[in-house]
Design a protein around this ligand. Structure first.
Ligand SMILES: Nc1ncnc2c1ncn2[C@@H]1O[C@H](COP(=O)(O)OP(=O)(O)OP(=O)(O)O)[C@@H](O)[C@H]1O
Ligand SMILES: [Mg+2]
Length: 388
C-alpha cells in the first residue's frame, strides 16, 4: 500500500537524524522519494570540480554509477549551472542524457543559500505526469538532501581542522623539545671551543656549531608556524655575504652532480632584516630548485634594488610546475613529486616573507623553468615604523 505524505516526511526526518554519512543518507532518501513519487528512475548528482557526478541512484543500470556531466550540458547540467528547476511532462524528449526512453522528467537543484550543490533528477512518472504537489515534494526532498550534504561538508571540515590542530600541537611540542636539547648541545660545543684543540678540529667544531644553530632556527620556524606568528630579530648584513653563504651550502648539496648554482648581486644592498629567516627563505627556494632539476641544469640567484625593496629571484631550469599545482604551492603540506617532501617549505617561506611586509610570486613553464620572486624591504626597521 502506498505510504501517505506524512509517513514519508517522518521517514525522511528519521533518516536525517540517524544518518550522517552521505553514502548511507542520500540513497535512503532517494529510495523513499522514488517509491512515493512513483518514478522509474531517480538520481542524485553532486557538483565536484565543475562536473556533476552521480552520487546515488535507483532504477539505473550499474554502469551509470560513475556518470559525469559537465556543468551546463544536458538538462541536469543546465539546472546545476543555473539553479532553475525543470519539469517536462509528456514532452517530445524521447531519450534522456543516459540514453533511456523518457516520457516525463524533472530536475531540481540542491541549494544551500545561493550555492548550488547538485541536482535531483526524477524520470518517468507512472502516469507520465508530474503534478504540482509532486514538484513541491521533489523540492522538499532536494532541500533535505542539500541539508545533509552541507552538514556532512561542515563535519568533514571540522574533522580536518581538528586533525591539523593536533598535528600542530604535536609539531610544536617536538620542536620545543628539540630546541631545548640543541641549546644543551650548543653549550657543550662552546666549552669545546674554549679547549686547546688543533685548528682542524676547531674547524669541525665551528661547522657543527653553525649547523646546530641552523637546526635551532628551523625549530623556531616550526614554533612560529604553529603559533601562526613570526618573531623578527633584525641584523645588518650585506646581501652578497648571504648569497655567498647560500652558494657554499648549495655547492655541498650539488657536489657530484651536473647542477650549477650561479649567484649575481646587481645591487649589494645593506640589509636590515631577520638574517637567519631570510637565509631560510632563500635556502628553501634553492633546495626546491635543485630538487626540480633531474640531471643537469642551472639555478640562478639574483638580487637587485627596486625602490625600498630588495628583489631576490631564484630561477631554475628544472621540470617546472603544472598550472593545476601553481595555486596550491604555498598551502601547508602540499608536496608533489618528492618522496621525502613534507610540503611545509613554501608555506614557511611565505609566512616569513609576509612577516617582513614582503611578497612572493612564482612563474613557471612546465619542462622549461621556474622562477620565484621575493620582494622584501631591505630596511625592515624603517618599514615597520611606517606600519605602526
Ligand atoms: N622550483 C621548483 N620547481 C618545480 N616544482 C617546485 C619548485 N618549488 C616547489 N615546487 C613544488 O612545490 C611543492 C611544494 O614545495 P615545498 O617546498 O612547500 O614542499 P616540499 O619541497 O615538497 O617539502 P619540504 O617541506 O621538505 O620543503 C614541491 O613538492 C614541488 O612539487
Ligand atoms: Mg621544499
Amino acid at each position: 500500500m502506498k505510504k501517505d505524505l506524512l509517513e514519508v516526511l517522518v521517514e525522511i526526518s528519521e533518516k536525517m537524524n540517524s544518518m550522517f554519512e552521505l553514502h548511507n543518507l542520500l540513497p535512503a532518501i532517494i529510495n523513499i522519494a522514488k517509491e512515493y513519487l512513483g518514478v522509474k528512475r531517480i538520481s542524485l548528482m553532486l557538483i565536484e570540480d565543475e562536473m556533476l557526478k552521480m552520487y546515488a541512484h535507483a532504477g539505473f543500470e550499474v554502469e551509470h554509477a560513475s556518470v559525469r556531466i559537465p556543468l551546463g550540458d544536458g538538462i541536469a547540467g543546465k539546472v546545476a549551472k543555473t539553479g532553475v528547476e525543470v519539469t517536462m511532462n509528456k514532452t517530445d524528449i524521447s531519450r534522456d542524457a543516459l540514453g533511456y526512453q523518457t516520457s516525463s522528467f524533472m530536475s531540481v537543484p540542491l541549494k544551500k543559500a545561493d550555492k548550488i550543490l547538485g541536482v535531483l533528477n526524477l524520470t518517468d512518472k507512472e502516469d507520465d505526469f508530474f503534478t504540482e504537489d509532486d514538484v513541491k515534494i521533489a523540492r522538499y526532498i532536494a532541500s533535505q538532501c542539500a541539508l545533509g550534504v552541507d552538514r556532512f561538508n561542515m563535519y568533514s571540515d571540522m574533522r580536518k581542522s581538528e586533525n591539523l590542530r593536533v598535528i600542530g600541537m604535536l609539531n610544536s611540542s617536538i620542536a620545543h623539545d628539540i630546541k631545548n636539547l640543541l641549546n644543551i648541545v650548543s653549550s657543550y660545543l662552546e666549552l669545546m671551543k674554549m679547549e686547546d684543540v688543533n685548528p682542524e678540529m676547531q674547524d669541525y667544531i665551528d661547522a657543527i656549531f653553525s649547523e646546530v644553530k641552523r637546526i635551532h632556527g628551523l625549530t623556531l620556524d616550526i614554533l612560529d608556524f604553529s603559533r601562526q606568528s613570526v618573531s623578527i630579530h633584525i641584523e645588518s648584513f650585506k646581501i652578497s655575504d648571504l648569497f655567498n653563504e647560500i652558494k657554499k651550502h648549495a655547492g655541498i648539496m650539488t657536489r657530484d652532480t651536473d647542477i650549477h648554482v650561479e649567484v649575481t648581486v646587481l645591487d649589494d644592498l645593506e640589509m636590515k632584516v631577520d638574517r637567519a629567516k631570510i637565509f631560510r627563505v632563500i635556502f628553501n627556494l634553492v633546495s626546491n630548485a635543485i630538487d626540480a632539476i633531474q640531471e643537469k641544469g642551472t639555478v640562478i640567484l639574483t638580487a637587485e634594488k627596486d625602490g625600498e625593496s630588495c628583489v631576490i629571484r631564484v630561477r631554475d631550469t628544472g621540470k617546472g610546475i603544472c598550472r593545476e599545482n601553481i595555486g596550491k604551492l604555498f598551502q601547508p603540506f602540499f608536496t608533489s613529486g618528492k618522496s621525502k617532501g613534507t610540503g611545509l617549505g613554501l608555506a614557511i617561506v611565505k609566512m616569513i616573507v609576509e612577516a617582513h611586509c614582503g611578497n612572493i610570486e612564482v612563474d613557471s613553464e612546465e619542462g622549461v623553468f621556474t622562477e620565484f620572486t621575493v620582494r622584501i624591504p631591505y630596511n625592515y626597521e624603517s618599514i615597520k615604523e611606517l606600519h605602526k
